[in-house]
Write a protein that binds this ligand. Structure first.
Ligand SMILES: NC(=O)c1ccc[n+]([C@@H]2O[C@H](COP(=O)([O-])OP(=O)(O)OC[C@H]3O[C@@H](n4cnc5c(N)ncnc54)[C@H](O)[C@@H]3O)[C@@H](O)[C@H]2O)c1
Length: 285
């Protein structure tokens, strides 16, 4: 008989989540706080970042907000120092803050667009990994972890997204290289690759675009940030110690392959209610 498994091992681990003010980072910070982790919520936006930390505390958890612009290596160094001062240690960092851009052919991007997106999505992630790893090692963490929120665009390039795609391929590359560096020393390094997920990253994208995303996804609907948070909880737990160097999609099969035409001989096998239904996890956080 196997033993029952649970997420108790995350309790008391001190973790930084960047971009915790909104979307996927907000869901990860909330789930971590609810499971007894000490959460440092980092965001450029002080109102939303503070609200994230307050929400965790109101829920009986432990959290602080540190205003951080993740494009600045100095800000990230200070963020990590503050986390260690506040909680006496660091066990994990989730490099989640990132921006989208786009929808234009490569040549229509400006050189300034390159700097804008690489400064956050690539350099910011490197700085978070670098200073985070140093602090995790200095803490002699048992069960240390680094999670980078990449994208399915880091697994399969997206049309109109040359720069975003490049940053996310880079994040997955750094994730795997660092996993090799640290595997022997007990710190795991993984990437979460969200597919189309309901967050503010789409800005005011027209309904037509949102409908396209839902149809483009084999699951027939967008994902919920809570689904990425569930994976982030697992990766932070000691259940996942042997998972390192992985880039794991949370994408309703978006990156699994191409869609095609097919028809079911026995369509009565599937209930209409399940088809394209929204995720069951949505709304549970
Ligand atoms: N939503 C999706 O469909 C999707 C898909 C794939 C990957 N992702 C990735 O998930 C991550 C989170 O995106 P999201 O969808 O939750 O976006 P979001 O816009 O809802 O949240 C991003 C958060 O990051 C913060 N932020 C922005 N710039 C920052 C900076 N310079 N320094 C610190 N914080 C900053 C914002 O204030 C915001 O709170 C990003 O890396 C994104 O590329 C999202």
């Amino acid at each position: 008989m196997g033993e029952m498994m649970n997420f108790n091992s995350v309790q008391g681990k001190a973790v930084i989540v960047t971009g915790a003010g909104s979307g996927i980072g907000n869901a990860i910070a909330g789930v971590y706080g609810a499971h007894g982790m000490k959460v440092v919520c980092a965001d450029r936006d002080s109102e939303r970042g503070q609200a994230a930390a307050d929400g965790i505390c109101a829920n009986g958890g432990e959290a602080v907000f540190v205003q951080t612009d993740c494009r600045s290596a100095d800000d990230i160094r200070r963020l990590v120092e503050t986390a260690v001062e506040r909680f006496g240690r660091l066990d994990g960092i989730v490099n989640n803050a990132g921006i989208g851009m786009g929808g234009t052919p490569l040549h229509e991007y400006g050189m300034e667009d390159y700097d804008k997106i690489f400064d956050l999505n690539s350099k910011g992630v490197f700085a978070g990994m670098k200073y985070g790893a140093e602090a995790i090692f200095k803490s002699h963490s048992h069960g240390g972890f680094i999670i980078n929120v990449a994208s399915v665009a880091g697994l399969v390039p997206q049309k109109g997204q040359a720069l975003y795609t490049a940053t996310k391929y880079g994040v997955i590359g750094m994730t795997k290289a660092a996993a090799l560096d640290y595997a022997m020393y007990g710190v795991t390094v993984n990437a979460i690759c969200p597919g189309y997920t309901k967050t503010s990253i789409f800005g005011n994208a027209p309904q037509q675009a949102m409908d396209f995303f839902a149809q483009d996804c084999p699951a027939g609907h967008l994902g919920d940030p809570a689904e990425c948070a569930a994976l982030a909880l697992f990766l932070a737990s000691d259940l996942a110690r042997y998972i390192t160097g992985a880039a794991i999609p949370v994408d309703g099969a978006l990156s699994a392959g191409h869609q095609n035409v097919s028809s079911w001989k026995h369509p009565e096998l599937v209930s209409v209610e399940n088809m394209g239904a929204d995720s069951t996890i949505a709304g549970t956080h």
